[in-house]
Design a protein around this ligand. Structure first.
Ligand code: DLZ
Length: 155
């Protein structure tokens, strides 16, 4: 049998920061609610969850980097909702958010989950923020819990 190392889904005693963009807040707030719900249902204490809001998804990596430096947390969950408009703006913001969040996770000491949804239509945003396609905030929180425990086991 191969030796398998994988993180379990117990968030007890772990501290989390959720960094969430306010843009498209109807949907972004749903992602925040989903992430908090996931963390608490997996054992995290309300007091161990800090929510930090920023203007838009472009700012997520900037704020998350400061959160990593200033708050004693075990993982950061970045949440944002990008909805494509008539110009290429969407692509620049999406690329910056993905690149910055990815770099922070790779270069920093703690896991950083990517809960940014990139939608071509409002309908896709509705589907991904708590209806047909689930809640991507919940999924990002689960990834963060698993990664915290995986990093712990890899030490
Ligand atoms: C400007 C902008 C646009 C057009 N669209 C979105 C979006 O769909 N989702 C999002 O999170 N943020 C958007 N923003 C705001 C930018 O992320 C950023 O806050 C501004 O460009 C200011 O730096």
């Amino acid at each position: 049998m191969p030796k398998v190392i994988e993180g379990h889904l117990n968030a007890e005693g772990r501290r989390f920061a959720i960094v969430a963009a306010r843009f498209n807040s109807i949907f972004a707030d749903q992602l925040v609610g989903g992430a908090v719900d996931s963390l608490v249902r997996h054992g995290a204490n309300d007091d161990d969850i800090t929510v930090v809001r920023c203007p838009g998804s472009f700012e997520l990596p900037q704020v998350a980097a400061r959160v990593a430096d200033s708050l004693a947390v075990d993982a950061i969950i970045c949440l944002g909702v990008l909805i494509r408009g008539a110009t290429p703006h969407f692509d620049y913001i999406a690329a910056e958010a993905a690149k910055g969040i990815g770099a922070l996770g790779t270069e920093g000491d703690i896991p950083v989950a990517f809960g940014v949804i990139t939608c071509d239509t409002l309908e896709q945003a509705i589907e991904r923020s708590g209806s047909k396609a689930g809640n991507k905030g919940c999924e990002a929180a689960l990834a963060a819990i698993e990664m915290v425990n995986l990093y712990h086991d890899l030490h």
